[in-house]
Ligand binder design. Structure first.
Ligand code: IMP
Length: 194
């Protein structure tokens, strides 16, 4: 089976993605012995995903993908966006969620979306895949599942938050689920052509 490294240390993300990929042997950063932090200094998801994927590719030479993702509130012109993981100044999920609620306080427009961009380096070529999930950012946390901003995000077409919906539903409709599905279809094509 071909190996594929996922360039992330985020346990929530790794767990979700493992559930979506069965055709390759998915390796974590721990599995390849990479322990450094990778900076994400850029203002776009694409550039941040590329810097993560290419750093790991240089380290191990294996096929690798990185995703950069975040939540974007329309009333805040797309904030927190690329700053989602440290919006409050710390990397604490709960603090970041509360920062978003504070900044949205009193705003009429509660619409927003999650966005994920995957950068895949496969057999020395670089590819990008994107997924978006639109929804509403509610005023109080609901549910225990998921991670990050999930307790306050209700995807369009549902009345439950991502933290209340079962993981298989979140994986089907989420930004990351959509981006991963495209990447998996692409990898399957590549494997078949070999
Ligand atoms: P990244 O690791 O730089 O991609 O940061 C992603 C950050 O965006 C996470 O730490 C969360 O704060 C937020 N985020 C991205 N995807 C999700 C999701 O599916 N649920 C909840 N929060 C998410």
């Amino acid at each position: 089976m071909k190996e594929l490294v996922i360039a992330s240390n985020n346990k929530g993300k790794i767990k979700e993605i493992r559930e979506m990929i069965a055709d390759v042997n998915l390796l974590s950063l721990q599995d390849i012995g990479f322990t450094d932090e990778i900076d994400e200094p850029f203002q776009t998801f694409e550039e941040n995903a590329l810097v993560k994927a290419s750093t790991i590719y240089r380290f191990c030479g294996k096929n690798v993908f990185a995703d950069d993702s975040g939540i974007c509130a329309n009333a805040l012109h797309g904030e927190p966006g690329v700053s989602s993981a440290h919006y409050s100044g710390s990397r604490h999920d709960e603090a970041n969620l509360h920062q978003l609620l504070t900044n949205l306080h009193g705003k009429d427009d509660r619409t927003g979306y999650y966005k994920a961009v995957i950068c895949l380096i496969w057999d020395d070529e670089t590819y990008f895949f994107e997924g978006i999930c639109e929804g509403t950012i509610i005023e109080e946390s609901r549910g225990q599942g998921g991670f990050g901003y999930d307790p306050i995000f209700v995807p369009n077409g549902y009345d439950k938050t991502f933290a209340e919906l079962p993981p298989h539903i979140k994986n089907e409709i989420s930004h990351r689920g959509k981006a991963v599905a495209q990447m998996v279809a692409f990898i399957k094509d590549k494997l078949q052509a070999e």
